[in-house]
Write a protein that binds this ligand. Sequence first.
Ligand code: CO
Length: 283
Amino acid sequence: MTQNPRAIVRVGPGEPASDGAGVRLTRIVGTRGLDHVDPFLLFDEFGSDRPGDYIAGFPPHPHRGFETVTYMLAGRMRHEDSVGNSGLLIPGAVQWMTAGRGIIHSEMPEQQEGLLWGYQLWVNLPARLKMTAPRYQDIPPDRIPEVVEPGQRVRVIAGAYSGVAGAAQSLTDICYLDIETDPGSTFLLPLPDGYNVLVYVIAGTVTGNDPLGREVAVDKGKLAILGPKGPVTLLAGAERARFLVIAGQVLNEPIARYGPFVMNSRAELMQAATDYQNGTFAQ
Ligand code: CO
């Protein structure tokens, strides 16, 4: 018996937004219309060759209660945090930061001109891990495994694909893949039930099915959200396609969020704000 493909339940573009010290970006998850896709709290694309859009960067700011994942495609970004880590993100590199009980960090472009392009994802942590110790994984491009198959190439950032484990260690079950396919090629990823899946198309078009089995095309710059059951099955269109597939086990816990703090209750949010004001946040 073959399983039905995992259905596409929603397709849409992101929204223009501004964050940090005025960086212009596209917010794909974490908007008014799409607050979160459990366990994903936010998904941003930053991409511009106009220095005025990015040069101000993200000066020191706190996070508590989740993980941030930055994937650079072009340009260079310098990272420094209150735990004493620092690193330079170059094209193809990933930074997987567990904020846990608290981290204060900055993310600043290390270039005056040229294209800066990448993605930032916020991965929620369950209540039992929200106050875990902060951790930082700086993963250079050559440490991210690539699975090359007929008609496609898959970079395994986290989770696993075709028996190859990803470079990043995540605290919850997350799969993060960057896929390039030839025209007409089919990408297939078996996944357990109960995972939400984001598919973001970077180039070309991919096609899947809606819950009634009708074809749905997802073009460049659009996000598709897939339902909870069946293998991810996506067909590339007439051009080469590139897309991110990001899957995570649903947490089903209450979400209380205020800016850079994401906890389970309002009381925990107040505590985060108090700890930050008292200077006891990132100790
Ligand atoms: Co940050």
